[in-house]
Every structure is written in C-alpha cells, then in structure tokens.
Design a binder for this molecule. Sequence first.
Ligand code: GLC
Length: 420
Amino acid sequence: MNSTIKVAKRTLLNNRRLNYTLPTNTKLYPAQWNWDSAFIALGYSNFNLDYSFKEIETLISGQWDDGMIPHILFHIKDLNYTPNYKAWNCGRKISSSGITQPPILASILRIIIERQKFSKKEIKKHQTLILKIKKYLEWFIRYRDPKKTGLISILHPWESGYDNSPLWDKSMSKIKIDSKLSYKRKDNKIVKKSQRPLKIDYDRYVTIKNHLRELNYDPKKLYFKSKFNVVDVGFNSLFLKALKDVNFLLKFIGKSSIFLKRYILLNESKLIKLFNSRKMKFKNKDLKNDTSIEIPSITNFFMLFADLNNNLINRELIKGLKKYYKNEKYFFPSISSKHKSFEEKRYWRGPVWVNCNWIIYQGLKNKDKKFAEIIRKKTINLVEKEKFREYYSCKSGLGMGAKNFSWTAALYLDFKLNRS
Ligand code: GLC
C-alpha cells in the first residue's frame, strides 16, 4: 500500500478520541468541530465504516432541541482553547459553542451511503441520523431566513468555516469592539502569529460571540439582533446541496418534505442571482449594513457543488474558475492572488485548503471530468510533497499551520481511493 495512505489512516486514528476525532493532535483545536467531523467521517468510510458512523453520531449527539448542530462540541472540558466551554456557556447535554458551521454533513452522509451501495433496509438503519439532519436544515430555514427571502444568513464569521476571509472585512470593520473584553488567545502561541487572524479580528469575534450569549442564543432573536448578518454565496451553495442530498436520502426511508422541496427551488433561484456571469462576479449581501460584498474567493465557486440545474451558468462558473487560478503553481488559493487583500500565508486570506479543493472537485466531476481530474492529481501531489498540513502556499506549495491535520488526511484518502 502507498505509504502516504498508511500515514493518512494513522493520522486519523492518532487524532481519534472516544468516538470522535480532533482536527489535529496539537493543542490548537482540542474539541470536535462540525464540518471537520463530516470530512473526517468521509475519510474513515474508506477503511473503517464503523468509525465513520460513530463520528457522525457523536456530532449529532450535540444537536440542540431546536435543531442546531453547534460548530464546536466540548466533550472534554479542556480550558486550553479560547473561547472555551465556559466562555460560550451553552450547549445542552454536551457543552458547545452557540453557533453553527456549514452543514456539509448531509452531503457527506449521502456520499457514504451511496458508495456503500446500501439496500433500502440498510439505509433505514440510519433513519434517525437522516431525520436529525433534516431537522438541522429546517432550523436554518426557520431561524436563519425568518423573512423567507430564500437565502440563509450567517451570524458570525466562524459560522462560515473561513474565519478571517477578506469576505468579512467590510462588515467586521463596522463592529465596535467591546471595551470590557477579557480573553487570552492561545492559537497564536501554537502557530506562527503571522499566519493567524489579527488581534483586531479576534476582538471582534469575541465581541460578536459575547453579544450572542447576552441574547441567550435565542434563535428567534439572533437574526434580527446580531452584530453580524451576512448572506454568503459559499455557505448558501453548501446549504443548497445539503438540502438536495437530504431530500434524496429521505426517499429511501419513505419520507419526504414539501417544506424542504419548496426551499430548494427558492434558494436555487435566489442563489443564481448572486452571480453575474457577464462581469464574472459574485455578490455577498451584508444584511446588517445593507451593503454588498464582492471579493474573489474560492468559496464563491462552491456554486458548482450546489449542482445548479442550469448548464449555462455551470459552464460560466467553470470558465470563471479557470481564470481565477490562472498562472498559479498550486491551487486553489482561498483568495485570488491578484486581489489586494490576498496574503500568501495568513489562514483564510490566501492559502490553499484541501477541503475547498475537495468541494470544488465534487462540483466539477460531473460537469468537467478532465478539469476535475487535474484538481484531484494536483491536490494529491501537494499533500504527498508536504504531508497533512492545515493549509499550503499557492506560490511555493509550502505546508503551514497545524501538522497532522485530520481533514487533510481524510480528504487525501478520499481523493486517492475514489473517483466518484
Ligand atoms: C478553524 C477553521 C475552521 C475549522 C476549525 C477546526 O476555526 O477556520 O474552518 O473548522 O478551525 O479545524
């Protein structure tokens, strides 16, 4: 067996705790993260299906009564992380953060189930999981689009999963930092300061979080009162695909949901309007400040993952993507290197992330096989050269951030062992 495959498996197993897996084995992220766990479950499905389902079940065990699955579950009350479980002060049976992350879990569960070629009876065994994910997606529709606009809002940059992306700069600049803030960062002691979000960003993250806590994380209030309320193209694309995938899975357990089906149509029609194919530009909406955001981010191309029912737009998206990374030795940079906000080494402001490449690959594989295959091979080569790092430079390929990063190992396995 290829030795990198062996090391990838070992990396996941070493990061595994009781029925869930840490994003890395350093102290950087000592808990279970929502979308990390979904990618990790996919990785396990290539060699240990039991661990794969355990990972998902543990994540879902943190679901709140209202349906939300938090972005972090603190199974162990480790105080080494900021903000830790006390600072969030929430969660039900399991301590957690009070916000969520992209619900890619739905799409990953579908891939796992389809690849296993489960019979209807076997799918039924996972009925509870499917219904809980359905409830999670309904939570978004109910509380993150209470005005029924057809687009879902995120209420904290951390909810996007691409924390310090320049996408949020304008909205974040409007946030007045709480003068009584008191917290101690640990992340920039573990990874080079020059690669992590700035102090001013962190002060604002914590300010928004504290305000959500003051509102008791009441989902009915947060949308209207949060200091940050943005409709993001990438997030809505992942959400739309999640809806489609849950809708698909529901059929196997003899259920359906008109509520979700209607939202699929509405969400798709509204999402498409955020893309201007003539100017090749995407528009995020800052609902709090009633402005728009136009930043060339790889996450805009998650629209390909949404499997839009529109070949013309899909073709335009592919054209745009080819232009986006043109002349880049390693791709995809999280922010176009031609944009003024690009920073080669700072977290979500430029580096290449393997999960983004995987999402784009999945979106392309049924639209442009040749291009998809290039992405698959280039990503594999980059990881084999630099090992399982958190992110990589698009200029030199240099691996940066955490080492032994779980989703990089998991998605490497997935790239290497599957073409569908
Ligand atoms: C950071 C990333 C986020 C990820 C988490 C754990 O916050 O921005 O996407 O889920 O770390 O790896």
